[in-house]
Design a protein around this ligand. Sequence first.
Ligand code: FAD
Ligand code: 2HG
Ligand code: ZN
Length: 537
Amino acid sequence: MFFSAECCDAHEGQIHRTCVTAATMHIQMAARFLLVRSSPSRVISVSQTRHLSTKAAQSVELTSERYPDVRRGNFSKLNPGHISFFESILGKNRVLTDRADVESYNVDWMKMVRGASEVVLKPKTTEEVSKILKFCNEENLAVCPQGGNTGLVGGSVPVFDEVILSTTLMNEIISIDEVSGVLVCQAGCILEVLDNYLSERGLIMPLDLGAKGSCNIGGNVSTNAGGIRLIRYGSLHGSVLGIEAVKADGEVIDCLSTLKKDNTGYHLKHLFIGSEGTLGVVTKVAIHCPPAPKAINLAFLGLQTFEDVLKTLQLAKHSLAEILSSCEMMDNPTMQAVTQNLKLKCPVEEYPFYMLIETSGSDSKHDEEKLSKFLEEAMSSNLVRDGTLTSEPSRIKQLWQLRERVAEGLVHDGYVYKYDISLPSKMFYAAVPKVAEMLRETKAMRVTGYGHVGDGNLHLNVTSKQYEHDLDSLIESYVFKWTSQVRGSISAEHGIGFKKPKVMHYSKSQSAIGLMQQIKKLMDPKGILNPYKVLPE
Ligand code: FAD
Ligand code: 2HG
Ligand code: ZN
């Protein structure tokens, strides 16, 4: 074993140089590790937009005013007859029209966009969704599907007065097969609720992200969310076995297969995964859930250079192999955003870069041995300068907060310009110092680089006190072009939403965009589903 837990119990919360075995003493000279035992920490889930007061919601500039170039489509305006019809399907309680009730559904989590919808519909069943969409299609009413409203590209709220179709009451868990690990549930189930339900059965959800306390599985599927365990469990295109969705005209498409292997015809479910509510409303999901790991370890490391980060990643992949379940990085300005704005405590001394490396396996002895060997090598070759290592669940949660709450920490600065890009590993961090240099004399407050380094997904974020149009244009004109030049993707995991249709061409050919437009036309001829999103005009 690399560290003695008993020994470190006595030195809880501090970095201690003499509590390791003789075999690891030389490593102790180079860096300082501690197998931590600590008191349980509070699990903090992302705050919900839903709790925004009407006043706070209304302080956000209307999308139609901030982006005057976007014109309202030729859709009908909501009238009392429409409301009566919705009430006849859902009853009065599940049709929200009161301004105070509706307003928080109009504003996204980042307070970046605000629509002007006058109604929120809250169906509970697929049949109700089908009736709503059939009616909206006939009446030419535009619809914005919404799950937990944690999306980061402005896709989950209306741009103008679209009807909001919220799936939050579609929260039934339908079945679990404990042998195959296949879970079937409605689209409005909250990710964390599903994870808790599964943990009682020795299983876990194959995805995990900072918004788990609010986001819905339907929203995850519709955005093809990635998160912090993609490196281990792959993308939702692999884990989702089946989908039930309702097309714009109300037709229910039943592709709710629960089989791992099913090569019967075109794989239609993939059309709904990542289509961000533009091709149909996802109503049910069948998903493959892996067994819960019996042993989890988390190392929080301090590193001197980005080159060291890359080398450590490579070493982790080779040495930890099948037990590696997460590999994340943060630069120092990112760390400052969470320590300054959220008052979280960094567990190691100040370094230019930090990494979180997690292992999940079934045999703690085996995993600890592997991890020890990896850390010994990383430290003796001077890649890792400082760190803390824990297998204590409450401490693991506490350390993960430093990474999972970055988005929340940045929002505290005021306005956040977000770039979620996929890059070849050598170029992963290259744009961050360039952007920082470019913005030196501007109103930018912070330039941060962090993300899923194990998957080549950088989150480049810039903050300013309030929205600055010039800053927005300056960063955009550089980042997307540069990303395209190095053959990256301008959206790695957050999608296109309202913010990025105009820049999709940087990552997709005209022929690919053309085919997407044809598919949209086929599935939603009147374009009522989430207009102004994903596809360029
Ligand atoms: P919403 O925000 O409500 O909607 C997102 C999009 O999906 C919208 O276009 C909406 O119209 C559509 N949609 C929602 N439900 C349905 C449905 N049932 N049928 C059809 N369309 C639907 N993303 C990552 O990929 N990785 C991360 O690590 C990650 N971390 C995050 C951390 C924080 C703190 C936050 C706030 C967000 C994070 N996200 C991350 C963004 C991510 O896209 C969402 O959190 C999540 O996947 C969206 O789910 P939601 O239920 O909130 O969907
Ligand atoms: C994360 O990985 C999310 O924390 C949010 O995808 C990323 O804040 C961001 O840009
Ligand atoms: Zn992310």
